[in-house]
Design a protein around this ligand. Structure first.
Ligand SMILES: Cc1ncc(COP(=O)(O)O)c(C=O)c1O
Length: 407
């Protein structure tokens, strides 16, 4: 191979906006754990159970029947219809023309951002937050301002006035994730109403990431709908379908389909032609046999999801009880999602703490700083597994804290 003499301007660098993206600190902790035997991985946001069998069977049947071709950009008609029914049932009348199938939630977030924001646009996000939401608009050259949730006796709370003050007329898009990853915070219906009205007044787009809407454990949740489904408050309950609200959802959490990469968007019909173009140029479509599995999930998955939520609630309560008994640990049971975001001795440097935890005792937690500066001082533990596994993790944490206790 011949030597190339490249001037600085020809060096093979990615765009500045891409190079400035934050690398994943969760990945950094996982890398620190390479070589450590028998790590308990509570750091990623997924269950340790496989996707239910009736969904896997729907996919393998579809494959056997030859579902191996491209589909419509916005998804196959039966899946869009099934999703329109599902959303109508949970949040009120929603037609097929408002629904688009995506390659999971993260692709839906990218598509939503590509629809609405461009270089130089101002975006506001409520944090701590799963990093993808904050980084995606930056890929497009947008500036992201953050409004931090506060932490106190009530757990994580939003200062609504502070958020409204940030939502200036110059703001293009608000990103809200509720139930929230990592804190489990859930925005109340009343707060959603105020924010929606404010955004309407100023022409601000709301992109609502509601991928955890089914993982909601508030005491009043059982009464929330006539059929006792548990559902967190949603912007879809309040917004007209043709206003500036884009709702992002996923099959990953409610049906344990993280590896399948299937999600959806509910958006104004006026966006759908442009959304179809964006899907074409990003992924062209979600895989055909995966979409068939999605139909089975949406149409037959309700008993499964209810059982899952009940199991998750039991796991949450179990872990909260165990952690609360440890000196120096401050933990509260959050109303949604599948994480505990809590403080403990050493968490002021959460990245260093999580690396030590994995290297010394094989306990895999995510550092709070992975979710923005506002998350520093905390760690995130995904409790989507059985209680025996949680107990093993708790024992390792105890061992670590005893070893490092300063008397
Ligand atoms: C807040 C939030 N939004 C979206 C997603 C996207 O999930 P997926 O791309 O698997 O649908 C996740 C995954 O952890 C998440 O935590």
């Amino acid at each position: 191979m011949s030597e190339l003499d490249l001037s600085a301007s020809l060096l093979p660098n990615a765009r500045d906006a891409v190079r400035a993206l934050r690398p994943s600190q969760i990945r950094e902790v996982a890398n620190a754990g390479f070589g450590v035997e028998n790590v308990l991985p509570f750091w990623f946001g997924e269950s340790d159970r496989v996707t239910p069998e009736f969904i896997r069977t729907a996919a393998s049947d579809a494959l056997a029947a030859g579902a191996t071709f491209y589909t419509h950009n916005l998804g196959v008609a039966p899946l869009r219809a099934a999703l329109a029914n599902y959303v109508t049932h949970l949040h009120g009348a929603t037609s097929v023309e408002h629904v688009a199938v995506t390659s999971a939630g993260v692709n839906a977030l990218m598509l939503a951002a590509q629809l609405v924001v461009g270089a130089g646009d101002r975006v506001v996000a409520v944090t701590p937050l799963w990093p993808n939401l904050v980084e995606i608009p930056k890929i497009l050259g947008a500036h992201v301002e953050t409004v931090a949730l506060g932490y106190g006796a009530q757990g994580w709370t939003l200062d609504l006035e502070q958020l409204l003050a940030e939502l200036t007329p110059a703001t293009k898009m608000l990103l809200i994730n509720s139930p929230n990853n990592p804190t489990g915070w859930v925005m109340s219906k009343e707060q959603q109403r105020v924010v929606l009205e404010h955004c309407r007044r100023h022409g601000i787009w709301i992109v609502a990431d509601e991928v955890y809407e089914r993982l909601y454990y508030a005491e009043d949740a059982a009464e929330a709908t006539p059929d006792a489904s548990r559902i967190a408050p949603s912007f879809l309950d309040l917004a007209a379908r043709d206003e500036r609200v884009i709702c992002v959802n996923s099959f990953s959490k409610a049906w344990l389909m993280t590896g399948w990469r299937l999600g959806w968007i509910v958006a104004p019909t006026a966006l759908m032609d442009d959304l179809g173009k964006l899907v074409e140029y990003n992924t062209s479509c979600a895989p055909a046999f995966v979409q068939q599995a999605g139909i089975a999930a949406v149409e037959q998955g309700e008993p499964f999801t209810r059982q899952l939520v009940s199991d998750l609630k039991a796991s949450r309560d179990h872990l909260v009880r165990a952690l609360s008994a440890m000196p120096g640990v401050d933990v509260k049971a959050p109303p949604g999602a599948m994480y505990l975001f809590f403080s403990l001795p050493g968490a002021a440097q959460s990245l260093a703490l999580c690396k030590s935890l994995v290297q010394e005792v094989g306990l895999g937690l995510a550092p709070g700083s992975a979710f923005g500066a506002e998350g520093e001082g905390f760690v995130r533990w995904c409790y989507a597994c059985d209680t025996a596994r949680l107990d093993q993790g708790v024992a390792r944490l105890e061992q670590f804290l005893v070893r490092h206790r300063v008397n």
